[in-house]
Design a protein around this ligand. Sequence first.
Ligand code: ATP
Ligand code: MG
Length: 308
Amino acid sequence: MSNQIKFDIQFSFEDPEPYGIVTRDLLKVYEDPASMEGIIGLRGVEMDIKPGEFASVIGPSGAGKSTLLNIIGGMTRPTAGSVNVGPLPIQALPQSLMEQYRMKVVGFLWQLPERNLLPVLTAEENIEFAQRIAGYPRNKRKARTEELLKAIGLYDRRNHRLGELSGGEAQRVGLAIALANEPKVLCADEPTGELDSETTLEIIDYLKEINRDQGVTMLVVTHDSRFERITQKSFKILDGQISGIQRTMDGLVADSWQTSQREEVAYVDQFGNVRIPQEVRERVGIKNYVRFHIENNRVYLEPADMEE
Ligand SMILES: Nc1ncnc2c1ncn2[C@@H]1O[C@H](COP(=O)(O)OP(=O)(O)OP(=O)(O)O)[C@@H](O)[C@H]1O
Ligand SMILES: [Mg+2]
């Protein structure tokens, strides 16, 4: 198996197809040395993101967003469960391949510009530096850098350093750095957390454009519900679990977050578990028991709690 993995990673620069992301029963328990108790970061997360899809994970602080992204990005290992990115079983990659994976297969965009950019280097040098570190083919570097600087609208400012860029521009450079090596997947953790509302919309537009033009699979985790309305598929995360999924009705990235037509669906896991959202349970008065009715290929759930 390890030969197979090596082969896929070595050839990832040549393989033009983006990778999908599939997680199954993903569990993460952190150790708390003070109390000796486990802290649950994720409890059985299941997601399917298709190759080339633009997806988001929305949830409040502490819900498990960064934990999930760090596992997909190969920075943290899950306690149990699986993550497949394209043909690669991430939870099973040996350490040496994990480093290759992080450099070549997945690109990361962080909330803080200082984490994305080396402040002493110019925008252009930052992109080239990322390519050099990852061993991106020498003969492709210049053209790729130029292409990316143009795609983020900063070709004219390529010689500027972090201190000479606005917050939004710095994030765009961060985006170009994350894409420097033609990754198959782009992961972004609160990429607009430091930006004002208007600049956030600008970044959303750049992400949409790059997703469309470069065909890279994108996963953004954020508090910002505008991502939920734009992305093809958006997972709600709460207490380490996916609590619902919203998707655009036509399965495409939405033109505008204000007019996007979406539907809310629930996910049925491999064991047949379905999560009924709290609002729905409250509205129809479901506590712990339901009765099934099947009619014309539809399943109806009826509250079946006994009076105490
Ligand atoms: N290294 C760690 N050690 C112990 N517990 C952790 C660690 N990292 C995260 N946690 C816990 O796991 C849970 C999920 O945290 P996570 O950082 O994934 O949330 P988040 O959704 O990214 O939150 P935020 O929006 O604040 O960034 C929280 O209860 C958090 O305290
Ligand atoms: Mg976080």
